[in-house]
Design a protein around this ligand. Structure first.
Ligand code: PRT
Length: 142
């Protein structure tokens, strides 16, 4: 994530051949539209995973019912498509994170500041030692 955020920031100085550069300096509507589009694709991909899981459970229950069995536990065989759907979910999630980092970069929110925002929401027990916090040196606008 740090390497990606640094690459995105450096693309401010790149040429028009860079997709990231165009998202950083062109109309903001472009990265915002992509962010929303990719978030929608994550939702659809997750529903696809759900679909393969529930149809597999339904198939296993139907198989047991056909045998007249009343099992305590159902042996669900997840098909290859389930794994492919999870892979697809991960792929779309990466598209969201990339476009989110581009949008944050456009408005000067670096990865460190973003991490500090998340760290601030953690309980003392969750937060690792030395975690970056939202302090004046990270945030100049508060
Ligand atoms: N991580 C990414 C990254 N993730 C997604 N994308 C681009 O985001 C766009 C997504 O658009 P689409 O949805 O049309 O493409 P898709 O994901 O194939 O299709 P869908 O299945 O989502 O519909 C594609 O053009 C991808 O290339 C990215 N473009 C760049 N990066 C990183 O940014 C660096 C700089 O890239 P440049 O833009 O080439 O400077 C790269 O080296 C990468 O590390």
């Amino acid at each position: 994530m740090e390497a990606l955020a640094a690459t995105i920031a450096a693309r401010r100085e790149a040429g028009e051949e860079s997709y990231t550069h165009r998202l950083l300096v062109g109309s903001v509507d472009a990265p915002l539209k992509k962010l929303m589009e990719e978030a929608g694709e994550v939702a659809l991909a997750a529903k696809d995973v759900e679909g393969w899981a529930t149809s597999s459970v339904a198939a296993a229950l139907g198989f047991d019912a056909a045998r007249g069995a009343q099992p305590d536990a159902v042996d669900v065989q997840l098909p290859a498509e389930y794994g492919q759907a999870v892979d697809h979910l991960r792929y779309e999630a990466a598209d969201v994170v990339y476009h989110l980092l581009v949008v944050l970069e456009r408005y000067g929110v670096g990865l460190e500041e973003f991490a500090a925002e998340l760290n601030n929401r953690m309980t003392e027990q969750e937060r690792p030692d030395g975690a970056i916090r939202l302090k004046d040196e990270y945030v100049r606008r508060r």
